[in-house]
Design a protein around this ligand. Structure first.
Ligand code: NAP
Ligand code: MG
Length: 403
C-alpha cells in the first residue's frame, strides 16, 4: 500500500511523561505505516521548554498561526515539586495558557461515544460539545470582606478626563461581602467568533446562554455581542449550512440539555463552562474519552487530549511495570488534526484515513478490547483488559483491514 501524501505540514507539539510514551507508540503503529507524515516538530517536553526559556512554546504557537493546524501532546504545568524534580530554572507557565493567549482561542470539548460506555443521561444519543469562555468574570474578580456598617460604591474614572460615573453597590448596615467583576468586548467577540467558526466547521447547531434577565447590563452585553456578530457575519452561512444559532437563559438551557438528544455545541460563560464541562465529561465516562480542540477566531486549530500526562502511570512504566493507559483522546487529537489538514488542503484520502483511524479505535473498544479505565465503566460483557501497547496494536490490526 502506498502511503497517504500530505502537502502542508502539521505543527506537532510533543509533551511529557506517559503521554509522550504514547505519542511515539501512536506514530510508530498508527501513523507512519500509513501516512507520509509531514510535520514541523516542536518538543514541548518540560526539559526542552526549560532549555529554551519556554521560547519553544511561543515558536510552536506562532507556527500554528503560519500553518493553521497543530496537534499537541499533554504537557506538565510545573509546580514547586516539578521545579525540584526537573531542576528547572523557572516555574514556567502552563503551555496551554501560553498557546491560548497567542492564538486567542476557545477550547471545545466533546465526549467520544462508544457502544458499551453509555452516558448516565439516557436521552443523550449524540455528544454535546462544551465551549467555555476562558476570560474574566469571577476568575478575574476583586473581593472584599465588609466587617462593619458602611457604603460600597463602584466608580469609573475615564482616562480622557470626562465625568466620572459612580453607582452604589450596597449600603451595609451589618458585616457582609462584596465582589467586582469585569469582561472585555474584544474577548467576548473572539469567543463568539470561535464558536460560530467551530459550529460551521462541524456542521452543528450552536447554543449560548446567560442570565440577561437578571444581569441587564453585564450578561446582556454577552447576548448582544453574540447576536450582533451572528447577524453581521454568520446568519447567511449558517442558513446555507442548515444549522441554527439559539440563545436562551442559562437555567432554560440546562433544563433543555437534560431532555435533549445532544449533537450540538453549547457555548458557556466562564463559570457555567467550568461547571458544565465537568458534568458532561463525568456523565460520559472519563477525560480519556473526550476530544479537545482549541479554535481561534481566525480559524486556527490546535487538537489535544483533554487529560494530563498521567504521571502515576508513567512512574509505573519507569519501574518496568506494565501500564494500561487509555490512548483514545490522543489518537483523536491526531485524527482531528489530519482531518482538518485534509479539508484545508483538499486531500480526501487524508480525511478518509482520519475517519478510519477513529472507526478502528471505536470498533476495537466495542469488540470488548479496552484499557483498564474503561473496564470499570463498560456495560459490555466479558471485556478484555489490554496494556497501553496492546490496545494500540489492536487498533492497528483493525485499521489495516479498513484501509
Ligand atoms: P492526569 O494526567 O489527567 O491524570 C489523573 C488521573 O486520571 C490518572 O492518574 C488516571 O487515574 C486518570 N487518567 C487520566 N488520563 C488517563 C488516561 N489517558 N488513561 C487512563 N487513566 C487516565 O492529571 P494529573 O495526574 O493531575 O496531572 C499530571 C500532569 O498533567 C500535571 O503535571 C499537569 O500539569 C498536567 N496536565 C496537563 C494537561 C494538558 O497538557 N492538557 C491537562 C491537565 C494536566 P488512575 O491513576 O486512577 O489510573
Ligand atoms: Mg471545573
Amino acid at each position: 500500500m502506498s502511503k497517504i501524501v500530505m502537502t502542508t505540514p502539521l505543527v506537532e507539539m510533543d509533551g511529557d511523561e506517559m503521554t509522550r510514551i504514547i505519542w511515539q507508540m501512536l506514530k510508530d503503529e498508527l501513523i507512519l505505516p500509513f501516512v507520509d507524515l509531514k510535520s514541523e516538530y516542536y518538543d514541548l517536553g518540560l526539559k526542552h521548554r526549560d532549555e529554551t526559556d519556554d521560547q519553544v512554546t511561543v515558536d510552536a504557537a506562532n507556527a500554528t498561526k503560519k500553518y493553521g493546524v497543530a496537534v499537541k501532546c499533554a504537557t506538565i504545568t510545573p509546580n514547586a515539586a516539578r521545579v525540584e524534580e526537573y531542576n528547572l530554572h523557572n516555574m514556567w507557565k502552563s503551555p496551554n495558557g501560553t498557546i491560548r493567549a497567542i492564538l486567542d482561542g476557545t477550547v471545545f470539548r466533546t465526549p467520544i461515544t462508544v457502544k458499551g460506555i453509555t452516558p448516565t443521561v439516557s436521552c443523550w444519543k449524540k455528544p454535546i460539545t462544551i465551549a467555555r469562555h476562558a476570560y474574566g468574570d469571577v476568575y478575574r474578580d476583586v473581593e472584599m470582606v465588609i466587617d462593619r456598617p458602611g457604603k460600597v460604591v463602584m466608580t469609573f474614572i475615564p482616562e480622557d478626563g470626562s465625568e466620572e460615573k459612580t453607582v452604589t453597590v450596597h449600603q451595609f448596615d451589618a458585616p457582609g461581602i462584596v465582589q467586582g467583576q469585569h469582561n472585555l468586548d474584544a474577548s467576548i467577540s473572539s469567543f463568539a467568533k470561535s464558536c460560530f467558526e467551530y459550529a460551521l466547521s462541524e456542521g452543528k447547531d450552536l447554543w449560548f446562554a446567560s442570565k440577561d434577565t437578571i444581569s441587564k447590563q453585564y450578561d446582556h452585553r454577552f447576548k448582544d455581542i453574540f447576536q450582533e456578530i451572528f447577524e453581521a457575519e454568520y446568519k447567511d452561512v449558517f442558513e446555507k449550512k442548515g444549522i441554527t444559532y439559539f440563545y436562551t437563559l442559562i437555567d432554560d438551557a440546562v433544563a433543555r440539555v437534560m431532555k435533549s438528544e445532544g449533537g450540538f455545541i453549547w457555548a458557556c460563560k466562564n463559570y457555567d463552562g467550568d461547571v458544565m464541562s465537568d458534568m458532561i465529561s463525568s456523565a460520559c465516562g472519563s477525560l480519556a474519552m473526550m476530544t479537545s480542540v482549541l479554535v481561534s477566531p481566525n480559524g486556527y486549530y490546535e487538537y489535544e487530549a483533554a487529560h494530563g500526562t498521567v504521571q502515576r502511570h508513567y512512574y509505573n512504566h519507569l519501574k518496568g511495570e506494565e501500564t494500561s493507559t487509555n490512548s483514545v483522546a490522543t489518537i483523536f487529537a491526531w485524527s482531528g488534526a489530519f482531518r482538518k489538514r485534509g479539508e484545508l488542503d483538499s486531500l480526501p484520502e487524508l480525511c478518509n484515513y482520519a475517519d478510519k483511524l477513529e472507526q478502528a479505535t471505536i470498533e476495537t473498544i466495542e469488540s470488548g478490547k479496552m484499557t483498564k479505565d474503561l473496564i470499570r465503566i463498560t456495560t459490555l460483557e466479558n471485556p478484555e483488559t489490554l496494556s497501553t501497547a496492546e490496545f494500540i496494536k489492536a487498533v492497528r490490526e483493525r485499521l489495516e483491514t479498513l484501509l
